[in-house]
Design a protein around this ligand. Structure first.
Ligand code: ADP
Length: 260
C-alpha cells in the first residue's frame, strides 16, 4: 500500500483529497487539523502505521506497520444530513460491516462503535467533531480494521477478544486499498439514505446480541442490564430490563458486553 496505489484504486470515487503517511501518531489528529484548515468533504487521511492510535476515553488503538487499514474520513455535513448526525456512527459501522459481508463473512455491530466477526473485535470507529461556535463544522470518522493477524494486540491489553480478516477468511485477505474502496463505496451509498427508515432497519439488523441480555458500563456507575431490543430513530440503543421497563442508552463513552 502506498499513495499511488491508493489513489489509483479510489479514482472512481469522488473523494475530497488524500494524505498518506508511512507512519503517523494518529490519523484522527491529522484529520482534525486538516478539517479545521478547510479540508473538503470526503477527504481522507490514511497511514500504514499509527504510533499513537486512539480509542475512546484515551484508550489505545493498535496499528502496527503493514498490518491494518487505518484511516480517517472528514465529513462536511450538508443541511439535509444535519438533522441525522447522531446516526453517523451507524453509517460508518454499517459500511464496514457490509464490506466484510461482501467477503463472505458474517459481521455484527457491537453498538455503538465496534464490528465483530465470530464475536471478536475486528474493527473500531472513533468519531470526533470540529465545532464552529455551537454548530458542527465537520466530523472526523476514524476507522481501524485488523487486516492481518499481526494487527491483533496482545491478549493482556484486550478487554474484549479480537481477530483479523486474515484469521476469519483463513486465506490472504484482499489488498488494503480494495477493502478501503469497498468501505467508502458503501459509505457514499448509505450516506444518501442516512435519514431513511431503511437505514435504521439495516443498522438494527446488523446489531450483535439482539434479543440477548447485555450489560452497559458507563464510567463509574453501576452497569445496566437488559435485553437488547433494537435502536431508536436517533441511533440510541433500546433495552428492556427485568421489570419490563424500557431503557434508552444514548451514545457517549458506554461499553456494551454480553451479560454473564
Ligand atoms: P470499547 O468499544 O471496547 O469500549 P474502544 O472503542 O475504546 O473500546 O477501543 C479501545 C480498546 O480496544 C482498547 O482498550 C483495547 O482493549 C482494544 N484494542 C486496541 N487496539 C485494537 C485492535 N487493533 N483490535 C482490537 N481491539 C483493539
Amino acid at each position: 500500500m502506498n499513495e499511488h496505489t491508493i489513489k489509483k484504486t479510489l479514482s472512481k470515487l469522488n473523494i475530497g483529497g488524500l494524505r498518506y503517511f508511512d507512519s503517523i501518531g494518529s490519523t484522527n489528529d491529522e484529520a482534525l487539523a486538516w478539517a479545521a484548515d478547510g479540508a473538503k468533504d470526503l477527504s481522507i487521511v490514511i497511514a500504514d502505521e499509527q504510533t499513537q492510535g486512539r480509542g475512546r476515553l484515551n484508550r489505545k488503538w493498535f496499528t502496527p506497520k503493514g498490518t491494518a487499514l487505518a484511516f480517517s474520513l472528514i465529513l462536511r455535513p450538508s443541511s439535509t444530513l444535519r438533522p441525522h448526525l447522531s446516526r453517523t456512527v451507524g453509517l460508518a459501522a454499517l459500511s464496514i460491516a457490509e464490506s466484510f459481508s461482501k467477503l463472505g463473512l458474517a459481521p455484527l455491530i457491537k453498538w455503538p462503535n465496534d464490528i465483530l466477526l465470530n464475536n471478536k473485535k475486528t474493527a473500531g470507529i472513533l468519531i470526533e467533531t470540529v465545532w464552529s461556535g455551537e454548530d458542527v463544522d465537520s466530523l472526523v470518522i476514524g476507522m481501524g480494521i485488523n487486516v492481518y493477524k499481526a494487527s491483533i494486540p496482545p491478549a493482556d491489553v484486550l478487554q474484549f477478544p479480537a481477530t483479523s480478516l486474515e484469521d476469519e477468511l483463513a486465506k490472504e485477505p484482499p489488498a488494503r486499498e480494495e477493502i478501503l474502496f469497498s468501505i467508502l463505496e458503501k459509505f457514499i451509498q448509505w450516506r444518501e439514505r442516512m435519514g431513511t427508515n431503511e437505514f435504521i432497519t439495516a443498522w438494527e439488523e446488523t446489531l450483535a446480541f439482539r434479543g440477548q441480555q447485555v450489560q452497559i458500563h458507563a464510567g463509574g456507575e453501576a452497569p445496566i442490564t437488559g435485553e437488547l431490543l433494537g435502536l431508536e430513530s436517533d441511533g440510541s440503543l433500546h433495552l428492556r430490563d427485568i421489570h419490563d421497563k424500557s431503557i434508552i442508552v444514548r451514545f457517549g463513552d458506554v461499553s456494551l458486553r454480553p451479560a454473564a
